[in-house]
Design a protein around this ligand. Structure first.
Ligand code: GLY
Length: 570
């Protein structure tokens, strides 16, 4: 049964402020408390990156300047996902004009890429080829993307913003617990290629907690990018190093691929949900469309009798996700290569789709499309948000796809390449590392951008800044973002509660509901199982980093408790 909506909005700003301040005073872990900032706020996956961004703001930079620095610093201190060898997306608001734009700096397939490049002569997938080594890499977009942000909106000199990261790589930084653990957990993988081992295990083992981690080659690369801009990366000395690495390791990226790479400005996906205006990433990220479908499918539902733990709510959330991810698999891909239907967010279309949700019990993915087996699913990618007092907002998600990308450091350049080619549908019906399947819309074609789930999103209320939100987590990014928005606006949780509340996920195939380990009570899980759902426990569903702007202009920043991120401001 679908009930009709009674809209409930967030608790009054004053009440939230009091709750947040009390929480701030009582909490010991300063990485995960809510704080309030008047002038600007940054939230990212790494304390050093967050602090670097705040210093840029304090020194007169705007949110876009700070985002450029955070992006480059994450490439130094968060090498699992922070990058210059990958790509991503950003949704941004310029305070002075109120204009909202979306920037696509997704990787592209090299010109020599072919639909069957990851298949053997019998048409079977060659295990690991789309994930490890040179062939797995798409043409990186991060440097072009960060430069495009700066070129359009930045106020401080490019060189100064990038040098902050270069200096950090050059002088080194003390490895924190999270990075030490991540490097140790991935030590075997990081020794797969000698150059990668030289960078990440310089003494034969990966750096431990407190050890100074110096990245001399990366520093040189960043100094060149600081001095010459993207030309250094796409046409100059860095391009030459990428080219020679590709030749040695049998990769496809050429000097021409690098030279022709461009970040693309796009119209954001815009939709209304309750009284909010939501702006999110358009194709080639599925994030905006799938987020829009999930929220709009749920919009007429009266959630007021429920909490985010109510099995009735979880059932409708799951069924909405099932429908949205089914459309993702069939209809979404790079719009330059595939004729994507334009009506995916139309009210009439979504009303028809909503009618497919059963009155009771569970839906069936096989009735609306094919199934597929599950493979292991990492949680990679990283998201950061920056807001300033002038109403500028940046929501940026970027990635090298898997943890440490394709595991291949560019010889002499000190940075890892992505394994984003795996985000294409490498064979119809064969799931990628996130268990997602696709078909023609997302098949490999030269120059094409692979479909993404990254969902950098801005939310406005009454035309004013409200949220800058996003998450890593592969296919689970979109459901994580949707649930935080729902927790905050439908269930009146505080921002911290909204982020930290347990989450559920369904992506059409495999036909299973993922729930966070220990997140829901046994009674809730039993009820869902009785309804007929297969339940699978996973460690985490996304890692949402969000800034909320109060009506007063005060900013709260929250880093998800699921990873050791950090929120700060001034
Ligand atoms: N590489 C994960 C994504 O783009 O969705």
């Amino acid at each position: 049964m679908i009930r009709h909506n009674t809209f409930r909005f967030k608790a009054p700003a004053g009440l939230l402020a009091v709750c947040g301040l009390l929480f701030g005073l009582l909490a010991c872990d300063n990485l995960h408390v809510t704080r309030f900032y008047e002038n600007g706020a940054v939230v990212s996956a790494a304390p050093i990156a967050t602090q670097a961004g705040v210093r840029v703001l304090e020194n007169g930079g705007n949110a876009f300047d700070a985002a450029v620095t955070v992006g480059f610093v994450l490439a130094v201190v968060d090498p699992e996902a922070g990058n210059i060898g990958g790509g991503g997306f950003a949704v941004m608001r310029q305070g002075s004009s109120g204009q909202i734009t979306a920037l696509d700096f997704r990787e592209t397939a090299p010109a020599a890429a072919a639909e069957t490049m990851f298949l053997d002569d019998s048409g079977n997938v060659i295990e690991g080829l789309s994930l490890i080594g040179a062939k797995a890499a798409g043409v990186p977009g991060t440097v072009a993307g960060l430069h495009a942000i700066w070129e359009r909106y930045g106020s401080l000199p490019w060189e100064d913003l990038v040098r902050i990261a270069a200096d950090l790589a050059d002088s080194g930084f003390a490895v924190d617990e999270r990075l030490a653990e991540s490097l140790a957990d991935n030590a075997d993988s990081l020794k797969r290629f000698p150059e990668t081992a030289r960078v990440f295990a310089p003494t034969g083992v990966t750096p431990t907690v407190g050890e100074k981690f110096v990245q001399t080659d990366l520093a040189q690369t960043l100094y060149q990018i600081a001095a010459e801009g993207p030309d250094a990366f796409y046409r100059g000395s860095v391009a030459a190093l990428i080219d020679s690495t590709m030749r040695v390791h049998g990769g496809l990226i050429t000097r021409e691929d690098l030279d022709s790479y461009e970040a693309i400005w796009r119209e954001p996906i815009h939709f209304r949900f309750d009284s909010l205006d939501i702006y999110s990433m358009p194709l080639p990220s599925s994030g905006g469309i799938v987020l829009g479908q999930i929220l709009k499918l749920l919009e007429p539902v009266d959630t007021s009798p429920w909490s985010p733990d109510s099995p009735e709510y979880i059932r409708l959330l799951v069924e909405s996700c099932r429908l949205a991810y089914a459309d993702r698999s069939a209809h979404l891909g790079d719009p330059a290569y595939y004729d994507v239907p334009s009506g995916l967010l139309d009210d009439s279309y979504l009303a028809q789709r909503r009618d497919l949700i059963p009155e009771k019990g569970i839906g069936s993915s096989s009735h609306i499309g094919p199934g597929a087996p599950l493979r292991s699913e990492p949680e990679e990618t990283t998201h950061f948000s920056v807001c300033d007092a002038d109403g500028n907002m940046v929501s940026l998600t970027y990635t090298i796809n898997g943890w440490y990308g394709n595991l291949l450091v560019v010889d002499g350049a000190g940075f890892l390449l992505n394994n984003e080619m795996d985000d294409f549908s490498i064979k119809p019906g064969v799931p990628n590392q996130f268990g997602l399947v696709g078909g023609d819309a997302n098949k490999i074609e030269p120059g094409k951008r692979m479909l993404s789930s990254m969902t950098p999103t801005l939310v406005l209320h009454n035309g004013q800044p409200f949220l800058a939100i996003g998450s890593p987590g592969g296919s689970k990014i979109i459901t994580a973002v949707a649930q935080v928005i729902l927790n905050l606006t439908r269930f009146n949780l505080t921002l911290t509660e909204s982020v930290n509340h347990p989450r559920a996920h369904h992506q059409w195939v495999p036909e299973v509901v993922r729930v966070e380990q220990g997140g829901y009570s046994v009674a809730v899980i039993q009820r869902l199982i009785r309804e007929g759902y297969d339940i699978e426990e996973v460690k985490a569903i996304g890692n949402v980093n969000v800034i909320m702007v109060e009506e007063t202009g005060m900013m709260q920043a929250v880093a998800d408790r699921r990873r050791a991120g950090s929120a700060s401001g001034y």
